[in-house]
Write a protein that binds this ligand. Structure first.
Ligand code: SF4
Length: 571
């Protein structure tokens, strides 16, 4: 470890408030890592929640570490005490995106550890992973981990700490204990491809959101929000992993959110509202108005427009928010029906007019290119919609044209990924059509999206591809893939419902019959309803169970029966 590395960590700490410092003596040391940069990691609310939850145990000390590309040849150290991560008992990774798998392997190497769990003896820390990417399909990186958490991490911290206490220093006993706990996947005890002879690992979700505040605990000028988390989304957009991996939608009562905000505002002025669908919160208008009355500046990541919450948009404008982001996702009404996100052109353009009248400096429109069944007509509709927005919005207009990647545990999990050359041609067409219209078109690389597509629906053989890459480049990826005797096509192809899938190791809670039902409706351009409002719960997709759906205060159920009973032919 170099002196300037320590100095850099201390410089970061001096700018932060809310850091928890504990002596390591007599405590279980855990290093929590977001497998990306400090800036991106500190914007992850999960990191804050887990940091606070681990440190709530008096006999645990939890510190943070991040991927730092500028220090790729130096050992990984924890931020708080600047110790090498190899000194800790547990190195816990939270991973949101498949592309962070490259950083995971790089960090294990950088720390001087054998990357594969099978090559690590008792002298190395236990390496545990979690986060949405791993909860959807852990297989491509399973060989790197001693254990993987499937679902929401808050649910397993208590049992994990109990197992570490009970079997201190005995890795085998700890893993055997974790293997018997709900939500833990221990790859070495399951055998190849997740051990199909055993039942899949059930995804965990938090039932009582008020048990601990889901808010940021460390403030830094580099990521300046006190975030409040409104969990889950019940819309049922068919492309969206977050809409399934965080089911069922749950709501923190307004009084609790306001109490957490009141605490945050003692130290910070900005409150970020974090959710897959912030404006679906049943009391969003009231929340926005009350937060403004408390003097908070508000931000959100993006805005549903069906319907749009005018009080929330006004609160954003009054807070000095520079950008209003809307996400049509697809250009035509037909394609928005295929993906089950039925925002009309009128609703979208009404939001654009609102952004103009409230003088937002920038409007961002987010689209995905390559949805199943997309045609050139859908691309023309996207261009027409962007031009209509341009006529209504006079300031900076940005259009994101991101390649669509089919994800596991969504209704499109069986669909083929649209080839990179087709996506690129469509992105180029959009750029050409809008070049003279003062619209900034951002188009992510379709080739790298294919890499993401391979990792998202991949299997354990990909661990060896990740391991044998000599540099982080497309050429190195393709070479390592070919050396392993693999092709991208075998991962990007369409799958047949019913064929074994690498992510069968995870029981997401949503019945497979529900995904088939959704896929059938997608192919007919049919919309289906989302979850009942106000997080009431039901039994339709079966992510809720009857304990949850019939809990007291859950209200009347408009859709109670599981889809498998309504359409038995699907199961
Ligand atoms: S069972 Fe009903 S409320 Fe629960 S996640 Fe599924 S559709 Fe939504």
């Amino acid at each position: 470890m170099r002196w300037d590395q320590v100095q850099e960590a201390r410089h970061v700490l001096r700018k932060e408030t809310g850091v928890i410092y504990k002596d390591w003596g007599g405590r279980i040391p855990i290093v929590l890592t977001y497998a990306n940069t400090y800036y991106i990691g500190m914007s992850s609310l999960a990191l804050h929640v887990l940091y606070r939850a681990f440190n709530a145990h008096p006999d645990v000390v939890c510190e943070r570490a991040f991927w730092n590309p500028r220090r790729a040849r130096e050992p990984v150290i924890s931020l708080e005490s600047q110790r090498p991560v190899t000194d800790c008992a547990v190195w816990a990774f939270t991973i949101s995106y498949e592309m962070d798998y490259f950083h995971l392997v790089a960090m294990l190497r950088q720390a001087g550890m054998p990357p594969l769990a099978a090559d690590r003896d008792e002298s190395w820390p236990l390496v545990i992973g979690g986060g949405p990417a791993l909860s959807a399909n852990p297989e491509p990186v399973a060989p790197f981990f001693d254990a993987i958490v499937i679902g929401e991490g808050e649910e397993v911290i208590g049992p994990l700490v109990d197992a570490l206490r009970a079997h201190a220093g005995d890795k085998g006993a700890i893993l055997t204990a974790l293997d018997g706990l709900p939500g833990f996947y221990v790859p070495s005890l399951r055998g190849a491809q997740g051990g199909r002879s055993r039942p899949p690992v059930q995804r965990l979700w938090v039932r009582d959101l008020t048990r601990q505040p889901t808010v940021s605990c460390i403030l830094t000028p580099d990521t300046e929000f006190a975030d409040l988390y409104l969990r889950g989304c019940g819309r049922g957009c068919r492309f969206c992993l977050a809409g399934y991996v965080y089911r069922p939608p749950r709501e923190v009562p307004l009084a609790a959110l306001l109490a957490w905000a009141r605490e945050g505002l003692k130290r910070w002025r900005k409150i970020g509202l974090v959710s897959a669908a912030v404006s679906d919160y049943s009391e969003i208008d009231e929340l926005a108005i009350r937060l403004r009355e408390m003097g908070a500046k508000i931000s959100v990541s993006s805005m549903r427009v069906d319907p749009i919450s005018v009080p929330l948009v006004k609160a954003l404008a009054e807070s000095g928010t520079q950008t209003l982001t809307i996400a049509p996702e697809a250009g035509s009404t037909r394609l928005r029906e295929v993906i089950n996100k039925p925002q009309t052109d009128e609703q979208l353009l009404h939001a654009v007019e609102l952004a103009e009248s409230l003088k937002f400096p920038q409007l961002k429109m987010y689209f995905m290119i390559g949805h199943p069944t997309e045609t050139e007509e859908d691309i023309q509709a996207l261009i027409d919609l962007a031009l209509a927005a341009r006529r209504r919005f006079s300031r900076r207009l940005v259009l994101d044209a991101t390649p669509y990647v089919p994800k596991p545990h969504t209704p499109f999990q069986w669909e083929a990924m649209t080839p990179a050359e087709v996506v690129r041609a469509r992105q180029e067409r959009i750029k050409r059509a809008l070049a003279s219209q003062r619209i900034v078109v951002r188009a992510e690389s379709p080739e790298w999206a294919e890499v993401q597509g391979v990792l998202a629906r991949g299997d354990r053989r990909l661990a060896h591809v990740l391991l044998s890459m000599e540099a982080l480049s497309l050429a190195a990826w393709e070479e390592a893939q070919a050396d392993a005797g693999l092709t991208a096509d075998e991962y990007l192809r369409a799958r047949t419902p019913g064929e074994p899938l690498p992510w069968d190791i995870v029981a997401s809670g949503v019945a497979e019959g529900f995904f088939r039902y959704e896929l059938r409706h997608a192919r007919r351009n049919d919309l289906t309803p989302g979850c009942p409002p106000q997080a009431q719960g039901c039994l339709r997709c079966q992510a809720c169970d009857s304990d949850w759906a019939f809990r007291s205060g859950a209200g009347r159920k408009p859709w109670v029966a599981p889809i498998s009973l309504l359409e038995p032919s699907l199961t």
